[in-house]
Ligand binder design. Structure first.
Ligand SMILES: C[C@](O)(CO)[C@H](O)COP(=O)(O)OP(=O)(O)OC[C@H]1O[C@@H](n2ccc(N)nc2=O)[C@H](O)[C@@H]1O
Ligand SMILES: Nc1ncnc2c1ncn2[C@@H]1O[C@H](COP(=O)(O)OP(=O)(O)OP(=O)(O)O)[C@@H](O)[C@H]1O
Length: 295
């Protein structure tokens, strides 16, 4: 039995640069894993593929991203070795990451399973090969294979780790409005005329050799999908307004929403904000989480 943590991510910036003829969007993003995580238990040598999760919004059938990851891993293994692998596997997901929240929960689960399987079967795939397999399941999954703070380009498949950021904030607060956002719908609703022109040169701003500071990205933290998500889901737009009035820090949406986050240099300030909102939102669907970057 293998137990692994499957971390959530936040997008520290997310710029949409183009819409491709396929309908997919070219992106320039900075992504980091945060301590909030699901717990996965993986059991090998089973008679079939089984996914178990007691969260009401997470399917336990073939549409679960974990199920897709297991299937594609076995078929890729068969292609590579010529040996038909008929083994099953059972994955139990303990969900702590809100679902449909822009925190990449399902994508992280899928990547975690791909990595555990690759380890169990003797590393048949290089990390690069595993990322290629991952991208066939979902755009966010390749990032989680390496899971280090990275500039992510293309549709999500070009990953450039930039090393750990220094001067990291003490705490991150996540604010979940109690409603999920559909990634496909948020992209579809995006007005490219409202996206921000990129006025910085990523190569001169952030070094892939490391030594990057949090302050280097302070001024360019932005999410082009925020306007679309707020317009598409009035509850999310309303929630954003509530946060602007209640949170002293700059707030920003992660991914395609629905979660917002704020970075705090001061732990006590973060704790006060966390406690006030946890009390106000008690017995509502809204939730606040206190977390930090994975270092
Ligand atoms: C918003 C982000 O989370 C930012 O990290 C990702 O871009 C979305 O990644 P994801 O949830 O893994 O997305 P997928 O499950 O691959 O795609 C869901 C839908 O989002 C849209 N999509 C996704 C990625 C991308 N670069 N352009 C898109 O337009 C497509 O309509 C697609 O059908
Ligand atoms: N293992 C899984 N965990 C969570 N959701 C899953 C999983 N497998 C499939 N799903 C489905 O995927 C959808 C999106 O879930 P997820 O929590 O990954 O969204 P997200 O965090 O917004 O993703 P992203 O930030 O990558 O767009 C939900 O409708 C959910 O039912």
């Amino acid at each position: 039995m293998h137990q692994v943590k499957s971390y959530a991510k936040i997008n520290l910036f997310l710029y949409v640069t183009e819409r491709a003829p396929s309908g997919y969007h070219e992106l320039l993003m900075l992504m980091s894993c945060i301590e909030l995580h699901d717990k996965l238990t993986v059991e090998f040598d089973q008679s079939e593929i089984t996914v178990i999760c007691d969260h009401p919004d997470v399917p336990e059938n073939e549409s679960n991203l974990v199920f897709k990851a297991v299937s594609i891993f076995f078929s890729s293994l068969t292609c590579k070795t010529g040996y038909l692998n008929r083994q099953g596997i059972r994955v139990t997901i303990e969900k702590n990451i809100p679902v449909g929240a822009g925190l990449g929960g399902g994508s992280s689960n899928a990547a975690a399973v791909l990595k555990v399987m690759n380890h169990y079967y003797g590393q048949p795939f290089s990390p690069q090969e595993l990322m290629t397999i991952a991208f066939k399941i979902g755009a966010d999954i390749p990032f989680f294979i390496d899971a280090r703070t990275s500039i992510v380009k293309g549709f999500g498949e070009q990953i450039c780790p930039i090393g750990a950021l220094s001067d990291l904030p003490e705490s991150i607060l996540l604010f979940y409005p109690g409603v999920a956002a559909s990634t496909a719908e948020v992209y579809k609703n995006l007005d490219l005329g409202l996206t921000k022109q990129i006025k910085f040169n990523i190569n001169s701003l952030l070094k892939t050799s490391g030594n990057n500071k949090m302050s280097d990205i302070d001024g360019i933290m932005h999410n082009d999908l925020e306007i679309s998500a707020c317009a598409l889901y009035p509850e999310i737009g309303q929630f954003r307004k509530e946060l602007i009035e209640s949170v002293p820090q700059k707030i920003m949406m992660t991914g395609s929403g629905s979660t917002f986050f704020a970075l705090f240099d001061d732990y006590i300030k973060a704790k006060h904000c966390y406690e006030a909102l946890a009390k106000r939102w008690n017995k509502t669907g809204k939730r606040v989480f206190m977390t930090s970057f994975v270092v």
